[in-house]
Design a protein around this ligand. Structure first.
Ligand code: AMP
Length: 297
């Protein structure tokens, strides 16, 4: 009985109209782990280089993240990503992507992770995401997958193969359009739902998120925030809150997925308040409960 998370662990350098960070801890898997560990223990699969701080690993371990599936390549460098946000903070340009350890990453699912009930495939090489599914002896109750435009540009066929194997896909609006070739999000969703997944979530940044399943559609607004400081990792944090809530409650009804979307949105609203993973490190259970009330009321 467990939640397994797969995703990049990284160094990021971020520029926003309000400031610039040095090389800070980032990565889709890192954000998901920081977030989901508020709800349930996490079993993490990733890879880092010898330059990744042990202190970060220790902090994650202390939060209940089992790092047995994280390979440390002592003589190699951690994945590096750098991005610059536009004034609207909804769009960004990738300035640099250095795959480093990700280039030849072959994940190995530890025996102790075989009890996986919920699998969160965070943004990563699609073939690596697929390899994790293939290594699991029993199919999890729910496989959720995130991805990004980068993989659509360099590995579309591979990406489609992985998408065909999952229960739910999470993408943002521009990625949904790129993947489907449709501008209307309703048409895009209908097309993506023929590619394999039974569920689709389309994230629309400050405009909320849409959940599609068969003929059902649910829309959840994002919490209007006075200030968005750094949107990096918001999508991953959303994913962490969403799957964290489902893994904790073990209820896969459409109603509970709606609640999970609210949890995801609440967690993402914290993430954007400070640079990198900073805010996620600070928040308490009370902060989360209070923020959730703001959504519900
Ligand atoms: P998000 O803002 O939710 O899209 O996620 C941002 C995180 O994704 C950053 O911390 C990056 O380190 C990570 N990231 C960016 N590009 C990639 C990529 N091609 N593969 C895996 N992770 C990536």
């Amino acid at each position: 009985m467990s939640l397994v998370v797969v995703g990049s662990m990284a160094f990021d350098a971020i520029e926003t109209p309000f400031g610039k960070s040095d090389k800070i801890i980032g990565g889709a898997g890192t954000y998901i782990a920081w977030c989901a560990s508020n709800f349930t223990p996490v079993k993490q699969i990733s890879v880092v280089g010898g330059d990744f701080p042990q202190a970060e690993m220790d902090e994650l371990t202390a939060r209940g993240v089992d790092l047995a599936g994280v390979q440390v390549k002592k003589d190699e460098k951690t994945f590096f990503w750098s991005g610059r946000y536009h004034m609207d903070m909804n769009s960004r340009d990738t300035l640099d992507t250095q795959l480093n350890v990700l280039e030849n990453f072959q994940p190995v699912v530890p025996e102790a992770f075989q009890d996986c009930e919920f699998l969160m495939l965070g943004n990563l090489v699609p073939a690596v995401q697929r390899s994790v599914i293939e290594q699991l002896k029993n199919r999890p109750k729910l496989i959720v997958m995130d991805t990004m435009n980068f993989w659509m540009e360099i590995a579309m066929d591979d990406l489609k193969q992985t998408i065909a194997m999952v229960d739910m896909l999470l993408v943002n609006d521009s990625e949904a359009r790129q993947l489907s070739g449709e501008y209307s999000l309703v048409k895009a969703a209908a097309k993506i739902l023929t590619m394999g997944p039974k569920y689709l979530i389309i994230k629309k940044g400050e405009h909320g998120a849409l959940l599609f399943h068969g003929k059902n559609v649910f829309f959840a607004p994002a919490l209007p925030l006075e200030e968005v400081f750094d949107p990096t990792g918001a999508g991953d944090t959303f994913a962490g809150g969403f799957i964290g809530h489902l893994a904790k409650t073990k209820d896969l009804s459409f109603e509970n997925m709606k609640t999970a979307i609210i949890y995801g949105s609440a967690m993402a609203s914290f993430c954007v308040e400070k640079f990198g993973t900073q805010r996620l490190r600070e928040i308490t259970k009370t902060d989360i409960d209070n923020r959730l009330q703001e959504f519900v009321l």
